[in-house]
Unconditional design. Structure first.
Lengths: 499, 332
């Protein structure tokens, strides 16, 4: 116990580790806010810098970057409708409308507090039930990932605001975009039109920046004359009663975040979409209708994506298996530093676990501190005249995309998706389902084929496995329930009952 | 006439410029392109090695991951940069199989190898509660129950499918290939008993075996290896496979083919020093990789042999999409 506490407090008491965590968190917020500059990239660049450092210094810095970066994505999502990272896509749904109504400051303030709550709850789960959660995550067979992907694609019902058919079309488009590249099984090129550049597929961030950022910038050209809304910047910190009101929802969405984050095949991006859907289903009287600036629509994804950070550390610390791209890089870093990431990590280097938990708590406290500063200045961005704001957004989109892989081809694709997104917006298509499809399409493709190969390509065996394994049965029932809920069958049944 | 003179002049100045550049090389930062993603084996090798090379060269090497298309994207990017030694490729073994997988028409033979860094050891692992204790057990079971065992795979051209092809060129192992995104997801699936066995790099499996969560069925060598004394070599079950050994994935550094010789020499020296560095050597042995540190003709010979052995084993097992003969790969 004494050891646990001293490991936990390592970074709290050591000034240099304390400063590194703080610097990491601050840097993470601003790196994460720039679309294209991802936490993954920031961490991998840092590994090179920290090569000659002490491993604890490197780990403290990375925890800060990770925590700050996941949160930072919400800034641009709220202010400009450009999610800084895929895990902030759902934040834009209600965050951007809030900014348009002059509540950018409040939205950022609320998202900061909620991110910290999510981050702390995620860390609490990591600290208390890691081994149990890791074993549970291992239970997920390929067919279960297939069911999760199916469940995720059904979220289209929540994300498509007015027209379900438009939503389905957009999600299908996204799924096809996600399938471009080499077939993961046979390595045959799919939809690459003979181009070598397309063999690596189309990065979903390229689609995201184009469809959200550029399309929004073009769309704003319609309203060049309208005066930007004056931002109310007096009440930034959400009142305690407001936070308490959202507490039950934030606990539920944090749990979604930490579980989805702990699954090695899924991360914060999928978690935040699930959480948004959960809020939309369970909150009967939101502060404003969902999609028009509901606080609940902001609370759910923001708690979930930060809770997913704690979740991603679960398989990494207990099994040495990455929970997402960032923890994969941390594992690489540990290897380079001569540690052996694996199930023995907690036995050979017992301090790592509580050191990381301590760092996560610390990083979340710094997040609260830094996240609540500079909001007034940021909120003013929305008040900029359109003639300045629109070129600024376009430059940000181009720079962000180029920095992704240093590839001009991806910049052209991003602009192409921007143009496509603009016309889709004109014809009242939603962008959310496209991103949903891009993220989940490949997961569904991969896991379906894994599941089918596991049973020797026997369809009957595949279907029966969906009902005979307890975990799969739960997921299958959830899929069927959702499917029926969306279909006219439910209405028919209700009508019959009424008659 | 004027045009000719101008061309000659341009060529002359161009040449002087290049030779001058070669003399002062390196004048500024070098770009290092890694053909696999962050956190993977190739990435780890590149990031551990580079600081020591930077020291020898006296300049910074800025590393960038350009993953995708089994590494085709990253290699293609380097091949489209100027041949001035300012862009180097950090690659794995995959390019040697591009032509027979129909992925691209280039290999390391179309580049100037700078260093073949090291070769990884390979093994076949199974979940800890697997009924099989050695590869022989597994093979016997598979002979009686073909197409029943689930093997973790990483797609065509990946390590497991290549290994399976090698086994099938000397014996018959009929399995259900379940494709994962890499060693990591495959091991995770094996820890949950969702697959029965998987060929893996020793570096990826070592910690899980040490912890008793996986067990080794065979190492892909002629002799048992350090650290896994109880895992039998593959030759115990399949003596004929010895013809392919030693075999394993490798990592190499290369630049464009027309890079001036002086620059190639400078780079070769620097990388040779970097690979020989004590700290990097410790990294390699920690990761169960055999240091090679090959340059020039030796490197080219290694690359050729690896390609010919692997490509013809794939052809023999019927896994090559394009015959090695038709793309000019000689028989081993």
């Amino acid at each position: 116990m004494g050891d646990t506490l001293s490991f936990f407090l390592m970074s709290w008491l050591d000034p240099s580790l304390l400063i590194l965590t703080a610097v990491g968190t601050l840097a993470g917020i601003y790196v994460g806010a720039i679309p294209g500059l991802s936490v993954t990239m920031a961490t991998s660049i840092l590994i090179s810098f920290t090569f000659s450092w002490d491993v604890n210094d490197a780990l403290a810095l990375i925890v800060g970057i990770y925590t700050g970066g996941v949160y930072g994505g919400s800034r641009t999502a709220i202010l400009l409708n450009i999610p800084g990272a895929p895990s902030s896509v759902a934040t834009a749904f209600d965050g951007y409308p809030l900014a348009q109504q002059g509540e950018a400051g409040r939205a950022i303030g609320l998202s900061t507090v909620m991110s910290v709550i999510g981050g702390l709850l995620g860390t609490l789960v990591l600290a208390s039930v890691s081994p149990f959660l890791a074993d549970m995550a291992l239970e997920f067979a390929p067919r279960d990932y297939f069911l999760i992907a199916a469940l995720g694609l059904l979220l289209v019902g929540s994300l498509a605001a007015e027209s379900l058919s438009r939503g389905i079309f957009a999600a299908a488009l996204g799924a096809v975009i996600g399938l471009v590249g080499l077939d993961p099984v046979t390595a045959d090129p799919r939809f690459t039109l003979g181009s070598m550049q397309l063999m690596g597929g189309i990065h979903y961030v390229v689609v995201m920046i184009g469809m959200f950022g550029v399309a929004e910038a073009f769309f704003q050209l319609h309203q060049l004359d309208t005066q930007p809304v004056r931002q109310k910047v007096d009440k930034i910190l959400p009142s305690l009663s407001l936070v308490l009101k959202f507490l039950p929802l934030s606990i539920r969405t944090s749990l979604i975040g930490v579980i989805v984050g702990a699954l090695p095949g899924t991360g914060g991006d999928i978690a935040s979409l699930f959480a948004y859907d959960h809020a939309k289903r369970t909150v009967k009287k939101p502060s404003k209708p969902f999609g028009e600036g509901a606080y609940e629509g902001l609370v759910a994804p923001e708690t979930a994506n930060n809770a997913a950070v704690g979740g991603a550390y679960v398989p990494m610390l207990t099994l040495g298996m990455p929970g997402d791209a960032v923890t994969a890089i941390i594992i690489g870093a540990l290897t380079i530093h001569g540690l052996n990431p694996g199930p023995m990590l907690m036995i050979e280097t017992p301090y790592i676990f509580w050191f990381t938990v301590g760092n996560l708590v610390l990083a979340n406290l710094f997040l609260l501190l830094f996240g609540l500063t500079g909001i007034k200045l940021f909120a003013k961005v929305v008040e900029l005249p359109k003639a300045i704001l629109i070129p600024l957004i376009l430059v940000l989109c181009v720079v962000g995309t180029y920095s992704l892989n240093g590839s001009m081809t991806e910049v052209y694709w991003m602009l192409g998706f921007g143009l496509l997104g603009y016309f889709m917006k004109v014809f009242r298509f939603q962008m959310g389902p496209v991103i949903l499809g891009v993220i989940l399409g490949p997961l569904m493709d991969k896991s379906y084929r894994q599941a089918m190969a596991s049973v020797g390509n026997d369809s009957a065996a595949f279907v029966s496995a969906l009902f005979t394994h307890p975990l799969s049965l739960v997921l299958t029932l959830a899929v069927l329930f959702l499917l029926l809920g969306h279909s006219p069958l439910k209405r028919l049944l209700r009508r019959e009952k009424a008659a | 006439m004027l045009k000719h003179t101008l061309t000659a002049l341009a060529l002359a100045t161009g040449l002087t410029a290049t030779s001058l550049a070669a003399a002062d090389y390196p004048e500024h930062n070098i770009q290092g392109i890694i053909q696999w993603g962050a956190g993977g084996a190739t990435d780890n090798v590149a990031r551990s090695l580079t600081p020591h090379v930077e020291e020898a060269l006296g300049t910074k090497i800025i590393l960038n991951n350009r993953p995708g298309g089994t590494g085709v994207i990253g290699m293609n990017a380097v091949m489209h940069k100027r041949p001035d030694g300012y862009t180097v490729l950090y690659g794995a073994e995959n390019p040697q199989l591009y032509p027979i997988m129909g992925l691209a028409d280039f290999t390391y033979a179309d580049m100037q190898p700078i260093n073949v860094i090291a070769q990884g050891l390979v093994m076949i692992a199974a979940p800890a509660d697997s009924p099989f204790d050695s590869f022989q057990d597994l093979l016997d079971y598979a002979h009686q129950h073909p197409d029943e065992l689930r093997m973790g795979d990483t797609g065509a051209g990946g390590l497991p499918s290549t290994l399976l092809a090698m086994i099938n060129s000397v014996d018959s192992l009929k399995v259900r290939s379940v494709t994962f995104g890499g060693d990591g997801p495959g091991i995770t699936a094996m820890l949950g008993d969702h697959i029965d066995f998987m060929p893996l790099s020793l570096a990826a499996a070592k910690e899980q075996i040490k912890a008793g969560r996986l067990k080794g069925l065979a190492v892909f060598t002629r002799e048992p290896v350090d650290g896994l004394p109880n895992t039998p070599p593959i030759t115990q079950a399949l003596p004929d496979i010895a013809a392919y050994l030693p075999w394993g994935p490798f990592w190499a550094v290369a630049v464009r083919k027309d890079t001036p010789e002086a620059i190639v020499d400078t780079l070769s020296d620097a990388y040779a020093k970097g690979v020989a560095n004590e700290q990097f050597q410790r990294f390699l042995s920690d990761n169960s990789a055999k240091s090679l540190n090959l340059q020039g003709a030796e490197a080219e010979q290694f690359l050729k042999r690896w390609q010919s052995v692997t490509a013809w084993a794939l052809e023999k097992a019927g896994s090559a999409k394009v015959s090695p003969e038709s793309v000019g790969i000689p028989k081993p």
